[in-house]
Write a protein that binds this ligand. Structure first.
Ligand SMILES: Cc1cc2nc3c(=O)[nH]c(=O)nc-3n(C[C@H](O)[C@H](O)[C@H](O)COP(=O)(O)OP(=O)(O)OC[C@H]3O[C@@H](n4cnc5c(N)ncnc54)[C@H](O)[C@@H]3O)c2cc1C
Length: 261
């Protein structure tokens, strides 16, 4: 039977652009272009490698986000995913990680899955907790922060590299994994892949389709609240150390004062 892989990909504001908050203290998405979160490209790549090693596999890229979030799905499809699911609903505006994980869990169940692959963290929220919450909501094992991942004999195995040691982990499928930026360079979409992506199916779902109450998501259902946001202060002039015999000592003292050493 086909191995069903769902890759969660997030559409994020381009970090190189100037980002602002709207009046309700949510991200002003009109003011900045978006793109597929770069760390999620590693998740798509690992799913493609697992699929290539399997006899028969199908990859679905899944996103929860506004209309433009389709761009993230197109990128995943042009890299080689088979189909896409886009959850879009006006009521999702301001949804935090608890709401996002709820919607993703319902959508993953809707698609059907053996393995869910996530990135290690989104490049905007950067909490890195969504995969764990998603696994809990689905009631399946989680194997997170993997630098190497493989599937065989109904199990997912992987290596998690820490500062002091590497761990070898495994879990029975179905499971949720997240992969790091050490898992292997993500491929560029080929021209053929970009053309093929235009014909691949993209299913759009809303909250009704997933049986989710609007009050459980959006700003109303969020467990977190942005109370205030202020612009980052302009950079001040740095400390200049002139070496007149004591330069090294002064530099070391400065670094120690900043708790760098
Ligand atoms: C203070 C705060 C303010 C927020 N404001 C807004 C807002 O104004 N507008 C808004 O839309 N959201 C908002 N959010 C929600 C937020 O952007 C995330 O969608 C959500 O909280 C997930 O957290 P994260 O992005 O840090 O996920 P992480 O845990 O860092 O993400 C890990 C992985 O989970 C997957 N993933 C995460 N999000 C998605 C997604 N949406 N679709 C598919 N896969 C995903 C990806 O694989 C990703 O690599 C806010 C969250 C917080 C905490």
């Amino acid at each position: 039977m086909s191995l069903r892989i769902v890759v969660c990909v997030k559409y994020v504001p381009d970090a190189t652009g100037d980002r602002h908050f709207s009046d309700d203290l949510t991200t002003d998405r009109e003011a900045v272009d978006g793109l597929l979160s770069e760390l999620d490209e590693y998740a798509v790549e690992q799913a493609l490698q697992i699929s290539e090693a399997a006899d028969d596999a199908e990859i679905t890229v899944l996103t929860v986000g506004p209309e433009d979030a389709r761009d993230a799905l197109r990128k995943g499809l042009s890299m080689g995913a088979d189909k896409a699911v886009h959850v879009e609903d006006d009521e999702l505006h301001g949804t935090d990680v608890m709401g996002t994980s709820l919607v993703l869990a319902k959508a993953v169940e809707h698609v059907g899955y053996d393995l869910v692959v996530c990135g290690m963290a989104s490049t905007d929220g950067t909490m890195g907790v969504l995969p764990a919450i998603l696994a809990e909501r689905l009631g399946v094992p989680q194997v997170t922060q993997l630098s190497a991942v493989a599937v065989a004999d109904g199990k997912v195995t992987g290596r998690r590299d820490g500062d002091a040691a590497s761990e070898q982990l495994e879990a029975a499928l179905p499971a949720v994994v997240s992969v790091t930026d050490q898992s292997g360079e993500a491929r560029y979409p080929s021209f053929k892949g970009i053309m093929a992506a235009k014909k691949k199916p993209v299913e759009t779902l809303d909250l009704d389709d997933l049986g989710i109450d609007a009050e459980d998501v959006g700003l109303a259902g969020a467990w977190t609240k942005v109370e205030d946001a202020t612009k980052r202060p302009a950079r001040t002039a740095g400390t200049i150390v002139k070496d007149e015999g004591e330069g090294g000592k002064q530099l070391a003292e400065f670094l120690a004062g900043q708790k760098f050493i």
